[in-house]
Design a binder for this molecule. Structure first.
Ligand code: ATP
Ligand code: MG
Length: 230
């Protein structure tokens, strides 16, 4: 089991391959401080998603260690690890049911009021209340009638209710209008408060606001720094 964490995440000489003999990550090292936001950028196939897959322990490392508050994640149960994490991958945002249920999935105990408050905090409330049945509008896995940006706002509300110390976000890549982009940035800023966050960043506003940008290419971190520094 893993006690509640502060949220320091440390990669020590991490190497990884999906298939034997085909190294994808080569000696990754970084330390993420509690509460800070880390943006991964870099070309397609560079290894960004692979790095966050390893933080979630969807796969085990070949060698090296990933430590959370000094504990090797290889030595804790998957369940206790995942309860510390909010994971927002691009294709896992919406399931069949009402919007209310989709958000409440973050915390089954939450009341309707708490769901609505979470949605308000991350700027999802306005578009939801404009839908024909508001929070009781039915959506499905494909997120019918919801844009990529709206699906992401719902996932923000869900993550806020779950209140994890560590957040993982693969940002929506599909084109997002300026208005939604502003909502996403505001909502994300609220969600990020007090959490260690790893974002595969596609939007410039996210990159600018990150405490640290990690430039990934060919399975390594080639550069790191703030937006101004890079
Ligand atoms: P993108 O910006 O396109 O999402 P990425 O930086 O996230 O790219 P990854 O998905 O981490 O890149 O992929 C890194 C490498 O690992 C690529 O060569 C990819 O083909 C390979 N790869 C990714 N997932 C798997 C998998 N499940 N099995 C085998 N190889 C994989
Ligand atoms: Mg990816």
């Amino acid at each position: 089991e893993m006690p509640t964490v502060k949220g320091e995440v440390c990669f020590k000489n991490v190497c990884f391959s999906y298939e034997e003999g085909h190294r994808i990550l080569d000696n990754i090292n970084f330390t993420a401080k509690p509460g800070q936001t880390y943006a991964f950028v870099g070309p397609t196939g560079a290894g960004k998603s692979t790095i966050v897959n390893l933080i979630c322990r969807f796969y085990n490392v070949d060698s090296g260690q990933i430590l959370i508050d000094g504990t090797d994640i290889a030595n804790v149960t998957i369940h206790s690890l995942r309860t510390q994490m909010g994971i927002m991958m691009q294709d896992s945002f919406i399931f069949s049911g009402t919007i209310m249920d989709n958000i409440r999935y973050g915390n089954r105990e939450a009341t309707d009021d708490q769901v609505i408050r979470a949605a308000k905090t991350v700027c999802a409330h306005d578009f939801i209340s404009q839908m024909e049945n508001g929070y009781y509008t039915e959506v499905n896995e494909r997120g019918s009638r919801l844009s990529a940006g709206q699906r992401q706002l719902i996932s923000f509300a869900r993550a806020l209710l779950a209140d994890p110390k560590i957040l993982i976000l693969d940002e929506a890549t599909s084109s997002i209008d300026t208005e939604t982009e502003i909502l996403l940035q505001k909502g994300l800023n609220e969600l990020l408060k007090g959490r260690t966050s790893f974002i595969i960043a596609h939007r410039l506003s996210t990159i600018k606001n990150a405490d640290c940008i990690l430039y990934v290419d060919k399975g390594g971190i080639l550069e790191r720094g703030t937006h101004e520094e890079l």
